[in-house]
Design a protein around this ligand. Structure first.
Ligand code: NAI
Ligand code: MG
Length: 366
């Protein structure tokens, strides 16, 4: 069966880093029989320029059809003045919402060759391999009621609502426990049940789910503020962290800094399974469109390449191929290849294309 991949390079450095991924997909088609069929389309500012919408209905239909969507990055100063509902980021939000991508997977993996780029000491991060699973479609970013209102006494107030229901906690919990089974078999569920009702509820539902379906996995619990502290103090204690939208937003950014560079961080957003058991999925680097270096061939393509490795693992179930690609990235770093963002003294400075070449050479050698 052919595998359909929709490629949405987006704006800024998006098309540059995605160009390297397309060469890598070709390599997997030729050398490993991947059988992927790719199609390119527009998202973000470039889509707004073309048809006044950050993502068109036609593109959305293709995204619904595809087995996996690979996205580069969207946005840039060119579109600063465009109306809120058609701004480049609106394209990303529509993709997440319409594909019901409720699980955001953010690995924090420290490559040995880059351990000195971490905000922490080498011994704390060398060999680090954490997976943060963030709930992406619920919680306080979406809960009703929300708003800003005038009060009779002349004051104003702003408010948001943190709300989770059983099925929302259960489905994100299942993603986390399933992942843990393929990794270190440990899940840390993070909330603030000491001060939040939704935290008490989250904790209760995780305990129930664990007991009913995943008692072979170790489950522990941590308050979100302590988790932030522990990530910085002793990050290697974690395997899989599962948490809500807000805490996940913050904790995944903290974890990102443990690994060194923004240009190295992949992500996956997974949705529910359809009638054929197929989950929608979108893979993208964590970084943005980097307008400061766009169009110069300087961007680090590794985060986008590693996002494609996640697609091999999670959508196509090809973990040997995913391992191979991750190993190739590790190899080029060990060989000393560095784009500007991860440059260190004595290393070989390369651009986007040469980094892609190095990964392809490593794939062929491995
Ligand atoms: P950014 O991630 O684009 O850039 C931050 C800094 O990191 C810049 O100095 C940039 O040159 C560098 N950088 C980022 N990725 C790199 C790579 N692959 N290789 C080398 N250097 C890299 O974040 P910033 O500057 O806050 O946002 C720029 C634009 O991107 C904005 O319009 C923002 O809205 C958008 N953005 C889009 C995201 C997405 O599409 N998911 C996520 C974050 C920002
Ligand atoms: Mg964030």
């Amino acid at each position: 069966m052919t595998k359909k991949i929709l490629i949405l390079p987006g704006d800024g450095i998006g098309p540059e880093v995605m160009g390297e991924v397309e060469r890598i997909i070709d390599w997997f088609n030729k050398e490993r029989g991947l059988g992927a069929e790719t199609e390119r389309d527009l998202v973000g500012g470039c889509a707004y320029d073309a048809h006044g919408q950050a993502v068109s209905d036609a593109t959305m239909a293709k995204a619904q059809e595809a087995d996996a969507v690979l996205l580069g990055a969207v946005g840039g100063p060119k579109w600063d003045g465009v109306p809120f509902d058609v701004r480049p980021e609106a394209g990303l939000l529509r993709l997440r919402k319409d594909l019901e991508l409720f699980a955001n997977l953010r690995p924090a993996l420290c490559f040995p060759a880059l351990a000195d780029a971490s905000s922490l000491k080498r011994e704390l991060v060398e060999g680090l391999d954490i997976m943060i699973v963030r709930e992406l479609t619920g919680g306080v970013y979406f809960g009703e009621p929300r708003g800003i209102e005038d009060l009779p006494n002349g004051e104003r107030r702003g408010f948001d609502t943190q709300v989770y229901s059983t099925h929302e906690v259960q489905r994100i919990g299942r993603v986390a426990f399933d992942l843990a089974r393929k990794r270190g078999n440990r899940v840390t569920s993070v909330e603030k049940r000491n001060v939040m009702h939704s935290g008490v509820f989250w904790h209760e539902e995780m305990v129930k789910l664990h007991k009913a379906e995943f008692s072979d996995v170790t489950l522990d619990h941590m308050l979100a503020d302590n988790c932030g502290m522990q990530l910085v103090k002793q990050p290697k204690q974690f395997d899989v962290i599962v948490t809500d939208n807000l805490f996940g937003d913050m904790l995944s950014d903290v974890a990102a800094m443990l690994t060194g560079s923004l240009g190295m961080l992949p992500s996956a957003s997974l949705g529910g399974k359809d009638a054929n058991g197929k989950a929608k999925a979108l893979y993208e680097p964590v970084h943005g469109s980097a307008p400061d270096i766009a169009g110069q061939g300087l961007a680090n393509p590794l985060a986008t390449i590693l996002s494609f490795a996640m697609a091999l693992r999670y959508t196509f179930d090809l973990s040997a191929d995913a391992d191979l690609l991750e190993k190739a990235a590790e190899t080029v770093l060990a060989e000393g290849y560095r784009t500007g963002d991860i440059m260190q003294p004595g290393m070989k400075k390369v651009g986007t294309k040469q980094m892609g070449d190095a990964v392809l050479a490593a794939l062929t050698k491995l």
